[in-house]
Design a protein around this ligand. Structure first.
Ligand code: G6P
Length: 491
């Protein structure tokens, strides 16, 4: 945390992100505050609490939107204000085109190899351009200095870096792409590929989770735009402007706040089993994420099916609890997934269930951080079976939640996290039998082996926490700013 203050004394920090960290919802006279299920939010929120500044996001709650003056700024976190949240109120048409359309029907499937066909519509692209402009305008309005540090987040804002550069030429723009970057050929599907690349190259620093994604980006730039790429220095120069392209693996805060309020593991185990109506000694596997087709939810259910088919003695002794937070449900690919998942659970439960015993529990609702941590602490294993994922912070949160050094992580090899967490049981989520075997191994793993594995992973998450993620980007930014200052003096 100190690093953040020390590296850039006095610098102003602004974030541009689609999601707001706190959603204010009014029902009658009462305003409640929700925190969204988003890896991006869980990573950046602690950083903003530490360094202060302004977070500019799409206003997704109704509370202040409906007031007469449409209050667009509010101090957050609600209990202990540390920075400003500036909401941009998007129209329904803007939201449909920019968020549901271009971002989530176009770029999201384009960048994840999950076999959902990307859809690109001209009108969505226009909305995307307009919304990117609105956010760039907001940055220019909110900035109090001519050289702020602007943190642009994710695939919702590929055009914003260039637009911000036009408005504030001296800004240090750090853009982080939270999802994978595909190979050049795949990216070539996007009708506006050159515009997206040029937009991103307005950044001072462009970050991805892994070196692999940086390499894919270099190849994409090489194929589609006239620029100079220096692989050794990891830079791209376009129109005289240089962008550094580096991997910065994202992480979680350490120590995790949600851990502070947790009862002992034994209590979590007992309470969660009681609340779910399960016998006290049953083995429990959990999966927790947004209800997204990239997460491989159906695949892990099929693995549970395969396990109970090959080893029926687990029936009655093992339950898999999937918590899935509704997300982007307006899109067919998402509502359809929910229907498919419900039908599959029903089918598997009929095949292997008996009396009160159901092998899979599917809970579709939003969970707050404390509840998620409690579930992690109650579990014997956690399954992360993404078909493709930039990093995946659920994997890191699970090991962070286990200060008892017990619990096994089954982790897809197609997550960025699997590059760092090799002590997990690494699986190919497309292979049901392999995943079933890993679940079986996890269920019978001796306590000592669990301890050895999770200890290494916890240590790793502790050291490479989110402050280090942000700190490394800001240190690189500090170097660039220093170089710029020297050039200014020379001129
Ligand atoms: C992914 C994206 C984030 C996004 C999150 C939640 O992690 O990379 O940008 O915040 O999903 O998605 P949502 O569409 O609900 O904001």
């Amino acid at each position: 945390q100190r690093l953040l203050h020390d590296a850039l004394p006095g610098a102003e920090v602004l974030i541009v992100a689609n999601r707001e960290p706190y959603i204010h919802i009014r029902t009658g006279q009462k305003v409640t505050v929700q925190t969204p299920a988003s890896g991006l939010v869980s990573a950046l929120e602690p950083v903003m609490r530490a360094c202060g500044g302004t977070w500019i996001a799409h206003g997704s709650g109704n509370a202040d939107r409906e007031t007469v003056d449409r209050n667009d700024k509010i101090a957050v976190p609600p209990q202990d204000p540390a920075y400003t949240l500036r909401r941009i109120w998007l129209t329904d048409e803007e939201q449909d085109g920019y968020y549901y359309g271009l971002a989530n029907e176009g770029l999201w499937p384009l960048c994840h190899i999950a076999f959902v066909r990307p859809t690109f519509r001209e009108e969505d692209w226009h909305a995307y351009e307009i919304v990117n402009e609105r956010f760039a305008d907001a940055v220019a309005q909110e900035a109090r200095t001519e050289d702020p540090i602007v943190l642009v987040q994710d695939y919702h804002f590929a055009l914003a870096p260039r637009m911000i550069r036009e408005r504030l030429p001296r800004a240090t723009i750090i853009t982080f792409w939270h999802i994978p970057w595909p190979n050049a050929e795949t990216f070539g599907i996007c009708p506006w590929k050159e515009r997206i690349i040029e937009g991103l190259l307005g950044s001072t620093i462009l970050g991805f989770h892994t070196q692999f994604h940086c390499n894919n980006f270099f190849e994409t730039v090489d194929r589609y735009v006239e620029s100079r790429i220096d692989r050794e220095r990891a830079t791209v120069t376009l129109g005289g402007h240089e962008t550094m392209v580096r991997p910065y693996p994202i992480s979680i805060e350490w120590p995790p706040r949600a851990l502070a309020s947790q009862p002992p593991v034994e209590t979590c185990r007992a309470e969660v089993r009681r609340d779910l109506g399960l016998p006290p000694d049953i083995k429990l596997a959990v999966g927790i994420e947004r209800f997204d087709y990239t997460k491989g939810l159906l695949d892990r259910m099929k693995a549970v099916d395969a396990l109970l088919t090959s080893t029926p003695s687990w029936k009655g002794h093992f339950v898999f609890v999937q918590v899935a937070a509704p997300t982007r449900s307006k899109l067919f690919a998402y509502s359809n997934l929910q229907n498919e998942a419900e039908a599959l659970v029903e089918e598997i439960n009929q095949r292997h269930g008996e009396g009160d015993y159901k092998p899979i529990l599917l809970i579709v609702r939003h969970h707050e951080h404390d509840e998620v941590f409690k579930l992690f602490r109650a579990a014997d294993l956690c399954i992360v079976s993404s078909l493709h994922d930039g990093m995946n912070l659920v994997a890191k949160e699970f090991v962070a939640a286990r200060d008892d050094e017990q619990g096994v992580l089954v982790l897809s090899s197609f997550t960025g996290a699997s590059r760092e967490m090799s002590e997990a049981l690494i699986v190919n989520p497309y292979h049901a039998q392999e995943m079933a075997q890993a679940i079986e191994t996890a269920l019978s793993m001796p306590a000592q082996e669990q301890r050895e594995r999770i200890r290494v992973m916890r240590q790793q998450v502790q050291e490479r926490n989110v402050y280090r993620w942000a700190g490394r980007m800001l240190l690189d930014a500090a170097q660039v700013r220093q170089r710029q200052r020297i050039l200014d003096i020379g001129n």
